[in-house]
Design a protein around this ligand. Structure first.
Ligand SMILES: Nc1ncnc2c1ncn2[C@@H]1O[C@H](COP(=O)(O)OP(=O)(O)OP(=O)(O)O)[C@@H](O)[C@H]1O
Ligand SMILES: [Mg+2]
Length: 481
């Protein structure tokens, strides 16, 4: 294929990608400008070709233009955030990478690739501002509890398996200190729940709890969100406190720490070492007292090996290391969680589902649950939305289980009477009554609704049993499937 063919097609391709692409020659004049650049700068391609960069970007200077730095000093920049006023006077924030183009060791031009993050930046700043307003409001109202921040407590973490009990115990102990914690668990294993519970059990529970996801944001933007900015630090910055300052006295949850850009990990390490933060562009440092809890959905050691997590930061964060087991590894927890979610969705969907059948439970025990507890929760919610009976049976399960159903030929023969129920904190009288009702219901199920046998097994008079059956409205419909 000839050169003209390639030139035309490559230009078409470059016009369809989301990033702005510009090429300048050795004099700093624009030679190529794709469609995304046009949208970003609100200027037509034909108006740019041949013009000097500073003519198109009057708010930049030879010192601040990364393209000019590339041709003049051979500098490469990678993912640098830049805020500028475009040709039409609109403030735009981009993340740019630029590098010189060399032919036989001579710089003949430079290329810049820009991603528009104006909306992301505005949104993130809005979130930080709202967090601040919320904290202020709470302070002004004399509201001590931090319920909007960290919702869950250890009572909300369902799980009695050996591995869960051990992890919960460690986490409870860890909540008493201010050392950094690194929680590792695959997606849906309950990392967020644990972080909330730790904060709520700690002495910091009345102070702010702030969470920030470290993936998906460019390093410079995340840096200004975490540490704050001072006016003029780079064009377009305001005086703004970062999350470290807002979380002062409390807990800062850094989620997906393994996705935090490496250059920012260095800065985080420094804060962890001396407790001082420096707003972007500021000369002075500020002392903060913040407990850091970080989470990773990838084995931190693997992240270290693959250079996604700095080894020094790993050691600093992993002062307390918690590993949350996969659901599949949690012996006996599936039935507890099934009961818990059935209760939850009975309330939310106004249903009266009593439990799942034995074959369903067997199938659940064999299933891989790659999405862990979250996946189980969604399966139960989905099934309860659509089912008619009062017990979840194999037929109610969604298609993802079809293959397993076929493999499991004897699932339909097993008698269907499993009951699952779990413990949640509630007034004692109500809890005892609930337990009594469940026990009677379960016993009636077991003994085929025979009153005398059930009364005998429960060691209560027949009349008492009859009275309680009436009181709790324990009915026959649905008792056997
Ligand atoms: N032990 C548990 N008891 C009750 N609910 C749980 C438990 N673990 C997880 N859940 C529920 O599962 C869902 C996912 O939990 P969570 O958000 O804490 O997972 P995660 O580990 O942070 O996942 P991701 O890595 O995807 O962010 C939530 O709805 C949570 O309420
Ligand atoms: Mg999470």
């Amino acid at each position: 294929m000839d050169n003209i063919f390639w030139k035309q097609n490559i230009e078409t391709i470059l016009d369809y990608i989301g990033e702005g692409i510009q090429v300048i020659d050795a004099k700093g004049c624009i030679q190529y400008y794709n469609r995304s650049s046009e949208e970003l700068d609100d200027i037509r391609k034909r108006e740019t070709i041949g013009k000097h960069v500073l003519e198109i970007y009057p708010s930049l200077s030879p010192q601040t233009s990364t393209l000019l730095n590339a041709i003049e000093k051979g500098l490469r920049t990678y993912n640098m955030q830049q805020t500028y006023i475009n040709y039409k006077g609109k403030k735009i924030t981009t993340v740019n990478s630029s590098f010189p183009i060399r032919v036989k060791d001579k710089i003949v031009g430079a290329i810049e690739i820009s991603r528009n993050i104006t909306d992301v930046k505005e949104l993130s700043e809005k979130v930080v501002d709202l967090q601040e307003q919320l904290l202020d409001k709470r302070k002004n109202n004399g509201q001590k509890e931090n319920k909007d921040g960290a919702k869950y407590t250890f009572y909300d973490i369902i799980g009695e398996s050996k591995s869960m009990l051990k992890t919960k115990k460690l986490a409870e102990k860890a909540s008493q200190s201010s050392s950094p914690i690194l929680i590792y668990g695959e997606t849906g294993t309950g990392k967020e729940l644990f972080v909330h519970a730790i904060h709520n059990r700690s002495q910091r529970r009345k102070s702010p709890f702030i969470a920030q996801n470290c993936g998906a944001l460019p390093a410079t933007l995340l840096e200004s969100i975490l540490f704050g900015t001072v006016k003029g630090s780079f064009t377009g910055a305001d005086n703004r406190a970062g999350l470290f300052e807002l979380a002062n006295g409390g807990t800062l949850f850094l989620d997906e720490i393994n996705s935090m850009p490496l250059e920012l990990q260095v800065k985080l390490l420094r804060v962890l070492q001396d407790g001082n933060i420096r707003r972007v562009g500021d000369i002075k440092t500020r002392q903060v007292d913040v407990r850091i809890v970080a989470a990773s959905n990838e084995d931190p050691l693997v992240a270290v090996e693959n250079k996604r997590l700095r080894r020094d930061l790993y050691y600093r964060l992993n002062v307390v290391g918690l590993r949350l087991p996969r659901l599949k590894e949690r012996d006996g927890d599936i039935s507890l969680l099934v009961g818990f979610f059935i209760d939850k969705f009975n309330k939310e969907l106004d249903k009266r589902v009593k439990g799942v059948s034995v074959p369903v439970l067997n199938l659940f025990e064999k299933y891989d649950w790659l999405g862990n507890v979250r996946e189980l929760e969604h399966v139960i919610e989905g099934v309860m939305n659509l089912m008619d009976g009062d017990r979840i049976t194999i037929e109610d399960l969604p298609y993802i289980f079809d293959k397993m159903k076929e493999e499991d030929t004897d699932t339909h023969d097993v008698k269907d009477k499993v009951k699952v129920k779990t413990i949640a904190v509630a007034p004692l009288k109500e809890s005892i009554e609930n337990f009594e009702r469940d026990m009677i219901e379960y016993a009636m199920d077991e003994l085929n609704d025979n009153i005398s046998h059930t009364a005998k097994r429960l060691q209560i008079p027949r009349q008492t049993l009859q009275y309680k059956i009436k009181k709790y409205r324990i009915g026959k419909p649905g008792a056997e499937n």
